[in-house]
Design a protein around this ligand. Sequence first.
Ligand SMILES: [Zn+2]
Length: 380
Amino acid sequence: MLNFFGEEIKKTVFISKEQLENMPEGEMRGKYIADTEIINIFPEELRGRGDFLGNVLPEGSAPAEGFCAVKKGASAEFFFDGEKLEVESYELYQSIFSRNKGILETPVMQSKRAVILGCGSVGSLVAMELARAGVGNFVLVDPDTMEYHNICRHQCGIEDVGDLKVNCLTRKLKNINPSVNIKTFGGEIQNIPKQILDEFCVPGDTVFVGCADNRTADVYSNRISIYYGAAFLSIGFWERAFAGEIFYHIPGENMPCYECALGNGSNPSARAEANHHIYSNQESTEGMKFEPGISVDINFITTIGIKLIIDILNKNNPDYRPRLLGHLTQYTLVSNTSDPEIGGEMVEIFSYPLQVTTSLRVGFGENCKGRCRYEVIEEK
Ligand SMILES: [Zn+2]
């Protein structure tokens, strides 16, 4: 291909230092981008997703036609139609996270762990953002399959339709950080095998994120997180995502758990009624009209939850100053509109659109008398 001045645009090989320093003979896989003449050799973990680009030939071989590499010691040189190509090599992990530098400590984030309970519109965004922040370990839980009607709110797309959401999301996360460690469970949250969590959870480094928009699942998840000494955060929505609510629990700080604070989900408590919780899942299972919300409204609320999660994960890191933790209470409401013409009378409690509450208080359950009974039980 020629540039503006009629000069040939040189082909360039992108390859990680790790790979270049130890090139095995055999196939190279990745993507050739015709518009830029860049040959991007994928990291080893993504090899299976790349196109066949060419072969690595034994040292001393004559270059083959088209693209190939010829071994030179442990490394190799690259050729196209016999002409030697420029190579740009990079430290994979450092390059990916270079723009987080000075804000999030990559080695610290790499040790962090997130259990994503529900991998729909909310869970997929949470997982993607945590992976971009450098979180290195995930458990993904969701029984559902990616369908066309999910696409306008989900991080995955047409290429993923028909596959389990946990598998679709795994591919997305590996595409951000190939070395991310992921366990998946394609079933209901309540059925997740204990062994998966036993092996995964490290107190202080782990957060459970309730993304199923389902109060019963959130109660269950918070009880499990307490068992593992892990933090919990849930993100739920009102009708059409005109507003949403974020709840977190950090173990060892004498905080009410989800059940204490917001009820157990079996029947809406008086407190829940007062807060006008309307959960899309409950609505659909009760045969009422399903109320969809649009992606940008869901994501605005979800992003505030994600910022809290990053604060919570860095809580014991002396070099990190929390952005929201300490400013937002355990229970936060976020509004996308305060106009009752749009959001109905429920949104009248908000003074302005995009309001984020900072001072709502939640209390302990009737049976708990100033101390969450689940946490007391687990401290024995
Ligand atoms: Zn409790």
